[in-house]
Every structure is written in C-alpha cells, then in structure tokens.
Write a protein of this length. Structure first.
Length: 114
C-alpha cells in the first residue's frame, strides 16, 4: 500500500468564512468544494481540509490519508484492532473510504478515489 496524500482536516463553523480566511492568509486555492467540505491546496500539492459536518459519517475526521489500496488499509486496521468509526463505503462523490479512531482519540479518514 502506498500513501498518496495526507492532509489535516479542520472542523469549522462557517465554511465560506473559513475558505476566505485560509486562502487569504495562506495563499492556497480551492481544489474541491461541496456544501459541507472543501480542500485547499498550494502549488506543490500540500492540502488542508475544512469541514462543517461530514455528509455520511457521524464524526468528523482529524486527518485525511489517501492511499492506492483502501481495501488493504482497511484489512490492516481490522487486524490492528483499532475502532472503525465509519465503515468502508463508496461515497457518491467518488471516494471509497473508512474512518478509524486511534489510541489518542484522533479520527483518521483513509480513502482512495474511485
């Protein structure tokens, strides 16, 4: 399994305001935007996610890790015995993902583009 991208995800109260703040201060641009989530990037591929409330999960993730093989990552999470807080699922926006909670309570979104 190869990690393709890692991005912190900030839970925000007001998505348009957060986008305006972070693009102005950090000089990033919007690369993905839906009503409840946006990802901003710089010119080198570094990204940050902003989310109000996840559309299909009951909890917001703290970090997003995209991999080339989410099935292998999911099997590794099950074998490690970590708590799966959002099941492996294919989302309507073209992502297959699952969330797990680590021993420090952080929620990690592991996914791949479909």
């Amino acid at each position: 399994m190869k990690i393709e991208r890692i991005a912190p995800i900030l839970t925000v109260d007001d998505l348009p305001t957060a986008i305006a703040e972070h693009t102005s201060v950090l000089g990033m641009h919007v690369v993905m935007h839906m009503d409840w989530v946006a990802f901003l990037a710089d010119g080198t591929g570094r990204q940050i996610g902003l989310v109000t409330a996840d559309a299909t999960a009951s909890v917001n993730p703290d970090v997003s890790v995209f991999v080339d093989d989410v099935e292998t990552a999911h099997a590794a999470a099950l074998a490690a015995g970590v708590e799966i807080v959002h099941p492996l699922s294919t989302e309507e926006w073209g992502v297959r993902r699952f969330f797990y909670r680590d021993s420090s309570g952080r929620v990690i979104n592991v996914g791949t583009h479909t």
